[in-house]
Design a protein around this ligand. Structure first.
Ligand code: HEM
Length: 169
């Protein structure tokens, strides 16, 4: 057994653990922010808002970074450079966009306390659910996407130059 084969199950377990935390956060944070009903006094909502702020900075964002880093490491350890993996990465970019949107919402709510009505939690939850379902389908079914026809301009170098001068070394 090579050292890479010994490492792979451990890195995969870390990958899945960090993912679980990241995705749980993407569901939980918008729900916490949406707890902005009239029965809640301002001070109580501030406690929830602060928890979303620290949760995002100290738990959910580090988990996202470590999930992506461990996934990147797995690419090289498993030597996977296949079309399904690239399809998965496009979907992961969608999750990163949801992550950035959640961060933006936390800041917007904090900077306009009492004025900013936090968005509902249903839309981000549905988008996250759709993306996670699609990623899990791709990663577990590993479909043969090699025959997918790509436009010719994506398949061959076009020999174009950058529109500005670059130093020769
Ligand atoms: C940039 C982010 C990511 C990268 C680079 C990445 C990369 C990888 C790689 C290379 C593997 C090993 C596949 C194999 O052994 O056949 C893997 C496993 C896995 N990944 Fe990711 N991943 C990322 C994000 C995600 C996300 C967001 C999810 C779920 C929502 C996910 C779910 C899984 C699962 C379930 C496995 C285990 C699959 C198996 O063992 O057959 N990954 N990942």
């Amino acid at each position: 057994m090579t050292w890479a084969e010994v490492l792979i199950p451990h890195i995969k377990a870390l990958h899945l653990g960090f993912l679980a935390l990241w995705i749980a956060g993407l569901f939980a944070l918008p729900r916490m922010l949406a707890r902005h009903d009239d029965d809640l006094v301002r001070g109580e909502y501030a406690v929830i808002r602060r928890a979303t702020h620290y949760g995002y900075i100290w738990a959910i964002t580090p988990a996202a970074v470590l999930a992506i880093a461990s996934g990147g490491l797995l690419i090289f350890l498993r030597e996977i450079f296949t079309v399904w993996l690239f399809a998965k990465l496009v979907l992961v970019a969608g999750l990163v966009a949801v992550h950035a949107w959640v961060g933006h919402t936390i800041v917007a709510v904090a900077e306009s306390e009492g004025e900013h009505e936090p968005p509902g939690a249903m839309v981000p939850a549905l988008i996250t659910f759709g993306l996670v379902l699609a990623i899990l389908t791709v990663v577990l079914a590993k479909p043969e996407l090699e025959e997918l026809s790509m436009p010719s301009w994506l398949m061959a170098p076009l020999g174009r130059h950058l529109p500005f001068d670059v130093p020769s070394r």
